[in-house]
Design a protein around this ligand. Structure first.
Ligand SMILES: [Zn+2]
Length: 160
C-alpha cells in the first residue's frame, strides 16, 4: 500500500469569497497588509462562505503557494502578522523558523528548539509583562504561533 502525506487541502472558495479576500489587501512596503478590524495581537481571520474561519495568511499561502503539510506553521519573513504576501510567507516548523531568524542575524544559534518547562515559564512571564508575541518568539527562536498557543493556554497549561 502506498503511503502518502495527508495535506491540508485548499479550502473551497467561490468567486465572491476570492473577491472579498483580495479586496482587503492593501500593499504597503511590499507587504500585502490585510485590512480588518480586530485585535492586532492576533492573525487576521477570514470567513469562508461555505464554512470555517481561517487565518488570512494561511489562506493566502494555500491559494498562491499550495497545500500546507500537517503540523506546519506558516511564518512571516517580514514579521508583519497582517501581511498576506505569499512571497513573505514560508511553511516551517518552529525549528525552521528559528534557523531563519538566525540566518537573518536576529538571534543566537538555535540549540534545542524543544522548549523546556523553564523556557515556557519565562515566556509566560514575558506575556504577563505585555511583551509582543513577535518579540517573545524572536527571543526564544520559535514561531509566533507557538507563543500564541502558550498565551491561549492551548499548550503547557500546567507550567509557569
Ligand atoms: Zn510582508
Amino acid at each position: 500500500m502506498a503511503s502518502f502525506i495527508q495535506l491540508n487541502m485548499l479550502p473551497q472558495l467561490n468567486n465572491s469569497d476570492f473577491l472579498r479576500f483580495t479586496d482587503k489587501i492593501r500593499v504597503a512596503d511590499g507587504c500585502w497588509e490585510w485590512q480588518t478590524p480586530g485585535d492586532p495581537k492576533h492573525y487576521p481571520k477570514f470567513k469562508i462562505s461555505k464554512g470555517k474561519m481561517v487565518d488570512a495568511h494561511r489562506l493566502s499561502y494555500q491559494l498562491f503557494k499550495g497545500a500546507i503539510a500537517p503540523g506546519q506553521y506558516i511564518c512571516h519573513h517580514c514579521d508583519n502578522r497582517r501581511c498576506t504576501n505569499p512571497e513573505h510567507l514560508f511553511a516551517g516548523t518552529p525549528k525552521d523558523n528559528a534557523i531563519d531568524a538566525y540566518q537573518k542575524g536576529r538571534m543566537t544559534p538555535p540549540n534545542s528548539r524543544k522548549l523546556s518547562e523553564f523556557q515556557v515559564a519565562q515566556i509566560k512571564k514575558a506575556l504577563r509583562e505585555s511583551k509582543t508575541h513577535a518579540a517573545i518568539a524572536l527571543e526564544f527562536g520559535v514561531c509566533r504561533s507557538t507563543i500564541s498557543n502558550i498565551a491561549q493556554a492551548r499548550n503547557w497549561r500546567g507550567v509557569g
